[in-house]
Design a protein around this ligand. Structure first.
Ligand SMILES: [Zn+2]
Ligand SMILES: [Zn+2]
Ligand SMILES: [Zn+2]
Ligand SMILES: [Zn+2]
Ligand SMILES: [Zn+2]
Ligand SMILES: [Zn+2]
Ligand SMILES: [Zn+2]
Length: 1644
């Protein structure tokens, strides 16, 4: 098909290519009807270019379109070649001076909390860094993509709108536009004529073309705007812009985003046109929103989403309100879309459909628009603004009216409700409106006239809602203590009640504003105060509060969780400001306007407690008659709740306008009460405080005044702690405490008082005075009904047996009495001459009850209760009350006469206090003893149950059952020189070692012939010391690990938690874990934190991840070294000769064995020829003294090391097993030496027990392992290792000395040597061999260092005459120079050479000292146990080396010269010296994690520039930084998955295999989270090393505070890495948090 079409296509192409843009433009310029001319051109050519079905060459299409269609237009525009025309335009243009940078996904954006007009105003990083805001309080977020930098927009910033770069400029624009998230929705399918499709395609092309050409010139931009907004012939709504907007929902997504972009780069980049566009947008608002609501695309794809660009500009918002009545339009549009109403016209969400729910969600964006419009409050009001705002306010009240009383509920009795009623929709609405309601009040507060009008309107609407009593509500009369009041009969527990009362609450808010702004006193005549009916005002809020009390009393249990949730949100910090808080205010308003006795009676009635308090002796009867415990309990709770409410009404005066306080006092009080519960981190505090519409809590301005900041340590967070002087402001009945918080706070505050040795009473704090409008409220405390309630409850407490009462009830009454006394005291203190204090609480409570009741006075009852034994806890409070009473009384009488048995009281007080103290002390002591006893019993029990009940065992209960060895730190004569090896080795008296098995608790001695004891151990591959991360073992089955390369690219590390078990106890434990795990996996198919199939288990004591065990051994050399000790030992030269002969003999025999076909005669001939060295018996097989169980463990651990180290299947016969064991020993010692050096710790300083035990066991194990391997295999290894230094004919392909890690070589040689030495009966001792091997390797290392030393001369030559070492090393260097054929660099100074030898060899010497120390058990010299200088001399002496190391060469020059010569002759060494290859230099530097920037945002920025390496420039969603090598990876994404060992893995897991041999440490940049990975199944998140100023991390970057590097925390992560503890850390994290186990870590 394609080939047939081609000629035709080509023909068209030719005809198209022949068009000349210049000619066409010329024709147009002369045309009389330009439009017609252009249209005809397009009609002709567009289908030709765009009408060819599937397009194989989009570039060609673009090219043709440019040539034939766009080119002529450009010519026409410029009047010349656009290649010249556009640059000219651009040059002449004064560029738009806004930044307008469009954000990439993940790019950091900054908002200034001090200066941004609202949180949508943001800066790009470059502008931010050049702005004044970098020193302000800023917030950092990562962009979701789209949106613009607001730099240069004067309306977006209160201060500093320009950065340095955009400083010179003036203009304005833009902001949020996002285009991501694709949705799958049913596709609209329509058959269309192909030319229509062609024109559509061209249309899109044209729109983006327009976007690009207006970029050349502001003038062109303005022309485009003008044309776009020009009204067409059809009048209203006929401009291009209107028509586009109105057909938005008919367009497909691609078309929408193209023209939205064009709008943003044209209309929104210019203030004048932005304004005109705003008007068009507002005029079409209703249509646009309706289109959006019925549309099925996300809001990002709707033109309605442009509202944020317009409404957040304060001047535009104000203009649209006054000129276009925008507020009313938005609210009315919103109301139009919420049609589900009940019979009373209230919203009803009960039975709304899924479709309605969907619509409801979409309509909510209108509330956001309303919020944008209101977000900046007017500073000046015009009459028009007033009028339009109030019109909007009317509409808003209509909305609230539909919410007043919605979702009413009725108490369910008998049966539980069948279906949980819908409640979330109503609360969503309330929550979304919360800020709008607050902002409405703020607007009202800013203008007196508006406030008055709004108040009137709100009251009118409230009266419409609840005017008069409805039919069912019968009037009744209540009376107590001679007061009576008319009210209605209404029971919350029987009739409908609603939590939603936004109209009442708005009125409460406005009422407070009347007080705060003093409008109430300035213009009382303008206010409808006389129309207010307090009982009407309080009725519904009171019902709502009673509902809460009844729910708390358990009366609404059958109404299910929906009610519980509603009550929760009613008090929650997100809602309470416009719900619960306002209900309290409304009651306060009510009480302050009516007789408090009346109020209390109504309240009693609504709480359904009226009868109890109005009927004398009702309580007594009640408790005796009604035996139903639930009802008693219920009533008690209700009484408690009612008292709590009264406390709140009197005590909550911290809203400005209610009490004489300011906003700061209010926040301070919130914070004080939060911190009274416990010290809190910044983020915790922020969460507990309500946020305003700008996401601010105001906390930072006051926190310093009330709290101390405690910096975080290495873990944990920075904490704020309440200042001690603020404790006196603590109110136990603070209304925002939840019940749990209240009891925690009470406990904490009492504890504090006890610590300060104060009495533990928590009296009410001194309160600020009420504002005049609320002042009369305090009288409730001294009202007759209140006194009656107090008296009744005290009476119950006095006759405590006969009544149903509770201590909380009493506690609240005491608190109320305390409040009244504080009140009276303050009144007396502030009294002026002409006023009489009318608050006479003290007098009232001194009076006994009147006849006929004749009850004692409240005071008298308090005195009785003071001594009641059953009220121990409240004694301090009663005492405080009596003391305060006396003080007040004194103040009042201003004469020192003592009333009411004061002296008696005090004396009793004193003596009882002493008695109390003694008693408390005694009790505390008893408690302490009991606790200790229990603890002792517990730990004993744990020891025994540990075996069977492992899961009961928590890692926190660490019992240290391991005994650290006794060998160390035993007294050593200080003048004795200690020598770790060789014939002169210090003889250590044999020490017996006893250990206890953690599983069976039996003690046992470590002995050669007894049952094996083992340490739990973890073997892992490691690249921590690697100097070459690109190396990779290709084929582990064939890999030969005999020689370790000095780049240490991959080693095997062994660690242990130090816990000791019997081998058989461990075996049993492991078998049971295995069996249990298999059952569990079958059942649940779950992972565990450890992989049983791979031999992993958790240490039964500390739950440390382990995968094998190491046997405990005595120093193995002693066992084999008990042969005759000849004093006459060979020197190095002789020894090498002997060993070489022995090796030769062995090799000969080996050859014989492998060629058995040869004639026997020949054999014997050769044997004769061979001449076995004297005393060498190659057929001898030594007897192995170890018990079977120890041998078994030697094999077990050896095989595990082999399996893990090479990643192969276990095979105990493999000749590489012993090599891996030696290698693990060497590598582990090297890594520990590095840690100690890096931390400047002494080599033999106090090591943690577990490390010490591990190194000792590991070294001894490695030394004993040959006994379970084949002697000839080990001999073979020895020969080969030996040949690398002492060449012989049969080994040729050995690495040169530059490519051997000398410490690994040393360990291998020393540990393999016994296999040879055991057949030698010539009298050479093992020690002699060790010493010679050590000297030989040391010399090789020195040569290695000299060959690679990089001695850059810097003229720092020492003037002193060279010391002995310097001349010696210089001589040696000259020899080398000679052997290398002068390829070695020119001779540097002896001083430099000696210095580099000393520095280079230090790590080797230290490792060797550790090795021989653990091998032979010789105590370390005390000098090396303390930190200080390098201890070079001490090390040499301990290792039997001369201080002048070069002496070794001189002493053995006979053999050494030839050896050195042979080393230098190696071709690789030559290549190195000729600069053809590189070599490792010494000392090797320690590896560190990469350097991280101080400021976290620069990391984010770096990551936002990172695109996925596999999908051609797409931004990576989860850029992740390897902290080991610094690679950025595209994690958690299909694009970068690769296959690893037959499984799909993510980029991080794949990277760990090459970079960390399976272990990885990453930073997830978008989340600000550290990620640890180990293998494919293990991982955990770890706290990042970045903290905000409050000492907190921000995982997930949710808070957006600036983050800075915490070096200590980063060091801690590095330390985990150095210590090989990452895998262990993951294990602990997974054990602590099981959800981590379920994550598919391999996909990260
Ligand atoms: Zn910018
Ligand atoms: Zn800027
Ligand atoms: Zn600022
Ligand atoms: Zn045991
Ligand atoms: Zn352990
Ligand atoms: Zn890496
Ligand atoms: Zn990718």
């Amino acid at each position: 098909m394609a080939s047939e079409l081609e000629p035709e296509v080509q023909a068209i192409d030719r005809s198209l290519l022949e068009c000349s843009a210049e000619e066409i433009a010329g024709k147009w310029l002369q045309a009389t009807d330009l439009t017609r001319e252009v249209y005809q051109h397009l009609a002709h050519y567009v289908p030709k270019i765009y009408c060819r079905g599937p397009n194989p060459f989009p570039q060609k299409e673009d090219m043709l379109a440019q040539h034939v269609l766009l080119g002529p237009m450009e010519w026409y525009l410029c009047g010349e070649d656009p290649a010249f025309g556009f640059p000219k335009l651009e040059q002449a243009n004064k560029p738009s001076h806004l930044c307008g940078r469009v954000f990439k996904v993940g790019e950091p954006t900054y908002s200034c909390r001090d200066c941004a007009v609202d949180p949508t105003c943001v800066l790009c990083m470059e502008c931010f860094l050049g702005s004044i805001h970098r020193d302000h309080r800023y917030r950092m977020t990562t962009s979701g993509g789209g949106g613009f930098c607001d730099c240069g927009d004067t309306e977006a910033w209160k201060e500093g709108p320009y950065c340095q770069k955009h400083e010179l400029n003036t203009s304005e624009i833009e902001e949020e536009e996002r285009n991501t998230s694709r949705q799958t929705k049913p596709l609209k399918v329509q058959v269309m004529h192909s030319s229509i499709v062609a024109h559509q395609n061209f249309g899109l092309k044209l729109l983006s073309w327009l976007g690009s050409i207006i970029g050349y010139s502001d003038g062109l931009r303005r022309i485009l705007c003008q044309v776009g907004l020009q009204e067409g012939p059809d009048g209203e709504n006929s401009s291009l812009v209107d028509r586009l907007m109105l057909s938005d929902s008919k367009l497909w997504k691609g078309a929408r985003s193209v023209y939205h972009q064009l709008f943003m780069s044209s209309l929104l980049m210019d203030l004048k046109y932005k304004k005109l566009f705003a008007v068009r947008f507002a005029k079409n608002y209703e249509r646009l929103q309706s289109d959006y609501v019925t549309d099925d695309h996300d809001r990002e794809f709707s033109v309605a989403d442009l509202s944020v660009q317009i409404f957040t500009v304060p001047s535009l918002a104000r203009m649209l309100i006054t000129e276009e009545n925008l507020m009313s339009i938005i609210i009315k549009t919103f109301m139009d879309h919420l049609r589900h109403r009940d019979a009373q016209g209230r919203f009803q969400f009960e039975r709304y459909t899924a479709l309605q729910a969907f619509k409801f969600r979409r309509v909510q964006s209108l509330i956001l628009d309303l919020k944008y419009v209101l977000i900046s409050k007017p500073t000046e009001w015009s009459d028009e603004l007033r009028q339009k705002f109030l019109e909007g306010f009317d509409a808003f009240l209509e909305l609230l009216k539909c919410m007043q009383g919605m979702d009413p509920i009725t108490r369910q009795v008998g049966q539980h409700i069948e279906m949980e009623p819908e409640w979330e929709a109503a609360f969503t609405l309330q929550m979304k409106l919360t800020h709008v309601i607050s902002m409405m009040q703020d607007w009202c507060a800013s203008d007196e006239k508006v406030l008055i009008e709004a108040y009137k309107k709100c009251l009118a609407v409230l009266m419409q809602c609840h005017g008069g009593y409805t039919d069912g509500e019968q009037p009744i009369t209540l009376s107590i203590c001679g007061h009576s009041v008319e009210t209605i009969r209404y029971c919350v527990s029987q009739e409908k009640v609603s939590i939603h009362l936004p109209v009442s609450r708005l009125l409460a808010g406005l009422h407070v504003l009347l007080s705060k702004s003093e409008v109430a006193y300035k213009f009382p005549e303008l206010l409808p105060l006389s129309e207010l009916s307090p009982p009407m005002l309080i009725e519904h809020p009171l019902r709502c509060l009673v509902l809460c009390a009844q729910v708390h009393a358990g009366m609404w249990r059958r109404n299910g969780f929906s009610l519980v949730n509603q009550i929760y949100y009613y008090h929650n910090v997100k809602c309470r400001r416009e719900m619960f808080d306002k209900d309290v205010v409304m009651l306060q308003t009510g009480v302050s306007m009516m007789d408090p006795n009346h109020f209390l009676m109504i309240m009693l009635s609504r709480f359904e407690l009226y009868q109890i308090f109005s009927t004398p002796d009702y309580g007594k009867r009640f408790s005796s008659e009604i035996t139903h415990k639930d009802v008693v309990q219920q009533n008690n709770t209700l009484i408690e709740e009612m008292l709590y409410l009264i406390i709140m009404l009197v005590g909550e005066r911290f809203s400005p306008g209610v009490g004489q306080v300011n906003a700061t006092d209010e926040i301070k009080r919130e914070i004080i009460h939060q911190l009274s519960i416990k010290p809190m981190a910044h983020s915790e505090l922020v969460k507990s405080l309500p946020e305003d519409e700008n996401k601010e809590t105001g906390m930072e301005s006051v926190i310093e005044a009330v709290a101390h900041f405690k910096k975080p340590g290495l873990t944990g967070r920075g904490m704020y702690e309440l200042k001690p002087e603020c404790a006196k402001e603590f109110n136990l009945y603070f209304y925002h405490f939840s019940r749990a918080e209240q009891s925690k706070a009470e406990e904490a505050q009492r504890k504090l008082k006890r610590q300060n040795r104060e009495d533990t009473a928590l009296p009410p704090p001194v309160l600020p005075p009420f504002c005049p409008l609320f002042a009369s409220l305090v009288n409730i405390l001294q009202s007759d009904v209140m006194l009656c309630i107090m008296g009744t409850i005290l009476q119950w407490a006095v006759e405590h047996n006969g009544y149903a009462w509770s201590e909380s009830m009493l506690q609240r009454v005491l608190h109320l009495i305390g409040m009244a006394l504080q009140e009276e005291k303050q009144h007396l203190e502030n009294v002026t001459e002409e006023h009489v204090v009318t608050f006479t609480f003290t007098q009232k409570i001194s009076k006994p009850g009147e006849a006929p009741k004749n009850s004692p006075s409240i005071l008298a009852m308090l005195e009785t209760l003071q001594n009641a034994p059953y009220l121990e806890v409240h004694k301090d409070m009663i005492r405080w009350i009596l003391k305060t009473f006396n003080a007040v009384k004194k103040m009042r009488e201003s004469s020192p006469t003592s009333p009411v048995a004061e002296t008696e009281g005090t004396i009793m007080e004193e003596s009882s206090r002493d008695k109390d103290k003694a008693e408390r002390k005694r009790k505390a002591e008893i408690a302490r003893l009991r606790r200790e006893k229990i603890m002792a019993q517990m730990s004993e029990m744990q020891r025994h149950f540990i075996d069977e009940n492992k899961e009961l065992f928590q890692q926190t209960l660490e019992l240290d059952a391991s005994t650290s060895a006794v060998l160390d730190h035993s007294p050593v004569a200080s003048d004795m020189t200690l020598t770790a090896l060789g014939p002169a080795q210090t003889q250590v008296p044999e020490q017996r070692q006893f250990v206890t098995c953690i599983l069976c608790q039996e003690e046992q001695e470590v002995k050669v012939e007894s049952r094996a004891m083992v340490l739990a151990a973890f073997v892992q591959r490691s690249t921590v010391l690697s100097k070459n991360r690109s190396k990779f073992i290709q084929d582990p089955e064939k890999y030969d690990p005999l020689f370790m390369h000095p780049d240490l690219s991959c080693g095997t590390h062994t660690s242990s938690c130090g816990h000791i078990m019997h081998a058989h106890c461990w075996q049993r434990y492991f078998d049971s874990v295995q069996a249990k795990e298999q059952r569990r996996q079958q059942r649940l198919r779950l992972h565990t934190s450890y992989d049983v199939e791979n031999g992993e288990f958790l240490c039964p004591l500390c739950e440390c991840l382990s995968n094998t065990v190491i046997p405990l051994l005595l120093p193995p050399r002693n066992i084999f070294n008990n042969r005759l000790n000849f004093s006459d030992q060979p020197n190095l030269t002789q020894w090498i000769r002997t060993i070489s002969q022995q090796i030769k003999a062995l090799q000969f025999l080996r050859k014989e064995e492998s060629t058995p076909n040869n004639a026997s005669t020949k054999n014997s001939e050769n044997v004769d020829e061979l001449q076995l060295p004297e005393g060498f018996r190659p057929d001898f097989r030594p007897k192995i003294p170890y018990s079977e169980s120890i041998k078994e463990m030697l094999t077990t651990f050896g095989t595990a090391t082999y399996k893990v180290g090479l990643k192969v299947h276990p095979n105990e016969e493999d000749p590489r097993v012993p090599i891996m064991c030696w290698g693990s020993c060497a590598y582990t010692i090297q890594s520990i030496e590095r840690i100690l050096s890096d931390e400047d710790k002494p080599l033999f300083g106090p090591l943690p027990c577990r490390l010490d035990d591990c190194l000792r066991s590991l070294t001894r194990f490695a030394a004993a392992h040959w006994t379970v391997a084949s002697v000839s295999v080990v001999q073979g290894h020895f020969c080969k290792l030996f040949a690398s230094l002492v060449p012989n004919d049969s080994h040729e392909e050995l690495p040169c000395i530059l490519d051997i890690d000398m410490f690994h070589l040393l360990v291998g040689l020393v540990l393999a040597f016994p296999a040879l030495q055991c057949q030698d009966f010539s009298g050479i001792s093992l020690g002699t061999g060790d010493l010679h091997i050590f000297h030989l390797v040391t010399m090789a290392h020195i040569i290695q260092i000299l060959l690679t030393s990089c001695t850059e001369e810097n003229g720092m030559d020492q003037e002193n005459p060279p010391c002995e070492e310097e001349s010696a090393v210089l001589a040696l260097y000259k020899t080398l120079h000679q052997y290398t054929g002068s390829a070695l660099k020119e001779i540097p100074s002896g001083w430099h050479l000696w210095r580099s030898v000393r520095a280079g060899i230090m790590p080797f010497l230290k490792c060797s000292a550790l090795f021989f120390h653990y091998l032979n058990g010789v105590p370390s010299p005390p000098d090396i146990q303390v930190p200080g200088t390098s201890h070079f001399e001490h090390l040499c002496s301990y290792l039997s080396l001369p201080n002048n190391l070069i002496c070794l060469f001189q002493e053995n020059s006979e053999i050494m010269n030839s050896l050195i010569e042979s080393w230098c002759r190696n071709s690789e060494v030559k290549r190195y010296l000729e600069g053809e290859r590189d070599a490792i230099r010494y000392p090797r530097e320690s590896n560190k994690l990469i350097n991280l920037p101080e400021d976290y945002s620069s990391l984010i920025n770096q990551a936002s520039n990172f695109s996925c390496p596999k999908s051609g420039g797409d931004k990576s969603r989860a850029p992740t930084l390897c902290l080991v090598c610094g690679s950025l990876l595209c994690s958690q994404s299909y694009c970068c998955q690769t296959e690893l060992e037959g499984e799909d893995v993510g980029a991080c897991t794949a990277h760990t295999y090459s970079c960390g041999s399976g272990v990885g440490i990453f930073l997830r940049v978008r989340e600000c989270q550290v990620l640890f990975l180990a293998g494919k199944t293990k991982g955990c998140f770890y706290s990042p090393p970045y903290l905000d100023d409050y000492g907190e991390t921000d995982q997930g970057l949710r808070r957006g505070n600036p983050l800075h590097l915490c070096k200590e925390r980063f060091k801690k992560i590095q330390k985990l890495w150095h210590q090989h503890s990452v895998t262990e850390e993951i294990g602990h994290a997974q054990e602590a948090n099981q959800t981590l186990v379920g994550i598919d870590w391999q996909h990260l």
